[in-house]
Design a protein around this ligand. Sequence first.
Ligand SMILES: C[S@@+](CC[C@H](N)C(=O)[O-])C[C@H]1O[C@@H](n2cnc3c(N)ncnc32)[C@H](O)[C@@H]1O
Length: 309
Amino acid sequence: MPDVRAGNYLAIRNSLEEKTGIPFTCYNEDFLQRHIAARLESLGMSAEKYRSFIDENAEEAERFSECLTVNYTGFFRDAGKYKALRENVLGEIVRNNMRRKTLSLWSAGCAAGEEPYSVVMSLMEGLGVERAGWRMDMLATDVNGALLERARSGVYPASQVLKSRLASTIFRKYFESLEQTSDGAGVPSFRVAGEVRERVQFRRHNLLRDPFPTAVDLILCRNVMIYMKGEHVNVLVEKFHEALKDGGYLVLGNYEALDHTFIPLFERLKVSGEYFYRKIPTGSVLQKAMSQRKTLIVDSLSRVQLKDQ
Ligand SMILES: C[S@@+](CC[C@H](N)C(=O)[O-])C[C@H]1O[C@@H](n2cnc3c(N)ncnc32)[C@H](O)[C@@H]1O
């Protein structure tokens, strides 16, 4: 691996930051160094050479940021989470919005779109025939423009879709097979059905820089903050709290958890074996009690009790 420590590393990082507007200082140092080293190796360049290469090639900083933003994802990734969402959380969100019949959802760090599409499919399944009367606004954002292009098309290679082991009902209802060319050339692929695609709005958005939406019922930010430094994660979590409606949900990746400093902001609920965070309204009795370090006990019907620690 090429050596990218000290001066070269800082100069490369600053230059990439300046050119893309992505504050790379917010990402874990090890993570960033490994990516710079990997990029040097794939280009066969020394760190010094790479510094001038970034300055001379306008598109390099953008290309680097695309490989930096790890974008592994998939339809219904972490099946248990979607099961719990479908069977409990989404039902609660729907009940809370019965009057307006409008749902506001946000997939922050949506990569190539599989996550927001999966949530919309889950909701459509849950609502069944009633779905026609509901408005679902799914905002799906990512810092990586190339991924968003793919996401908007809704077209995925067949191998990738089949790997997701989708339930046959979901697969039959929400995916259409694309015709191959008459000579059989081209990669077999599937497109997400129009009634799902039309409910998702993809937008380029940098979580570390751009303003957040407001009055959201459900935010998914899974496997995104895992690469960022703790102090920046804290800022983002506070902003997610502000962005949510009272009682709205924040969903993190399976290897992510909020630390105890967020106890007055979110209740951590275990639903069908999966963890979800529900916003505690700012200034509520519950929030005050929790800031006084009482223990919160939530039973299976989501009834809340406070006990002295
Ligand atoms: C590993 S993918 C997660 C995709 C999906 N949420 C999931 O869990 O399957 C991480 C995504 O976060 C995006 N990302 C990283 N930093 C970001 C930032 N500052 N603002 C917005 N998106 C970011 C990356 O571009 C990437 O698509």
